[in-house]
Every structure is written in C-alpha cells, then in structure tokens.
Design a binder for this molecule. Structure first.
Ligand code: MN
Length: 231
C-alpha cells in the first residue's frame, strides 16, 4: 500500500512556470511515499478532490504571505507575495485541519498554517539571531530548543538541534489549537503542532534541504501517519 503525498509549489511569474525544489519529492520518496505536486486551484471542488486523492500533504517553502489575511497593512520589509497561492493554500490548510489529514508544513508552510487558523506573523524579522543564512542550503545554521512533550521531540530524540534558516517572517500570535514545540534562542517559534489532530507538524526550517538522518525522520513521521487511514 503506497502513500500519496501532495506537495504545494511556488510560481515564478517572470518565467511563467511552477517550481518545486527536488529535496521535497526526494525526501518523500526516501521515506517510502509517492510525491505529487499540487498546483493552486480556485474551486472548492478542486481542493476537495486533492483531499480525496492524497493521504498526506506538504506545504512547501516560498514567498511572503499577504498581511491582509491577519488584518494588517504591508510594512516596508514585506517581500514578494502571490495572491493565488495564498488563497489556495489557506483554503487547503483549513480543509486539511477540518478533515484531520496528516501534514508537514515547511518554512512558508508553518506560516500559512498559523495564518489559516487565525494567527498572525511578524512581517520582517529583526532579532538577536540571524535567520537568513548565507551558507549552503544544507548547512545547520542556528540552534533550536525543543519541548520534550512533543511529536518533534519523539521524532528527533534531542533537546537541541541545529537547523538551517531561510526566513524573514515568523509566527507572532499563535493560532488557536496550535502549540509551539521548538524555539530559537531569540524566542522565534521554529516548530508548531496541533495536539488535537493526528499529525500536524510545522517547522520554520528546511528539512528537505538538510540531507541528514534527523531531517529524514520528519518525512518518515508524515508518511507513517498518512499510511494509517482512519478516515
Ligand atoms: Mn530560523
């Protein structure tokens, strides 16, 4: 029995092309799943069909989210936004949560998860730790401190993990239902979970780019949860 994992993607408007870095589908395949890319659809029928065919989901990294969704005007540090992707992913996240489907939310993904459930973001981070590394993508760049009572800790079995970092936005106010399960030393939230759901794990770093054994456990956790179809 193979597990189908739907992965959202970005859109490059200059080249007029969808894109997804290979680490996402390679990580899914290495964990025993079958990856499939989900381009944005606007209709509820389209989203429902994605929900029918996939066993698990990955919300992938990408550009900024329109602060319209948490009731703010754009600040000067806000980056590029893609209204179609925002619209699609926010609807997709709400459907995933409603139907309790297993999902892993990576970088932009953790931010979409939080916003879709009523949380807020910092538009342009400025804190004591650098979160935008200028180093190879796989390079572990800053530490995160894990909460012991968490899915993340059970997967990684370490209280401190050094991860890569490519974000300038971060969670400000946590959405109802979510809990923070890892933070950087500056307090920035680096992982969230939804304890009332089967497997909802958001990470602010890029495990698909780290190419190490620890990161592969996050994808294994997703595929394992997605293989257990109880609804
Ligand atoms: Mn970071």
């Amino acid at each position: 029995m193979k597990v189908l994992v739907g992965i959202t993607c970005g859109f490059d408007d200059e080249r007029n092309m969808y894109y997804l870095r290979p680490g996402y589908w390679e990580s899914v395949e290495m964990a025993g799943g079958i990856p499939i890319i989900l381009p944005p659809v606007d209709s509820p029928e389209g989203i429902n069909h994605y929900l029918e065919i996939c066993d698990g989901y990955i919300l992938s990294g990408g550009d900024d989210i329109d602060p319209f969704y948490w009731g703010q005007d754009p600040e000067p540090g806000l980056g590029k936004i893609d209204p179609r992707r925002d619209r699609f992913e926010i609807s997709l996240v709400q459907a995933i949560i409603k139907r309790d489907k297993p999902a892993l939310f990576i970088c932009r993904g953790i931010q979409v998860l939080n916003v879709a459930l009523g949380g807020t973001l910092v538009q342009d981070l400025c804190s004591g730790i650098a979160h935008r590394q200028r180093a190879p993508r796989h390079h572990p760049f800053h530490d995160i401190l894990l909460e012991k009572d968490s899915v993340l800790y059970r997967l990684l079995c370490q209280g401190t993990v050094r991860v890569n970092s490519f974000h300038h936005q971060a969670i400000a106010g946590l959405a109802p239902g979510l809990i923070a399960t890892a933070r950087a030393r500056d307090g920035v939230i680096e992982a969230v979970e939804y304890p009332a759901k089967r497997f909802i794990l958001g990470v602010q770093w890029h495990p698909e780019a780290m190419q190490d054994e620890l990161s592969s456990r996050l994808f294994q956790g997703l595929v394992y949860a997605a293989a257990k179809k109880y609804n």
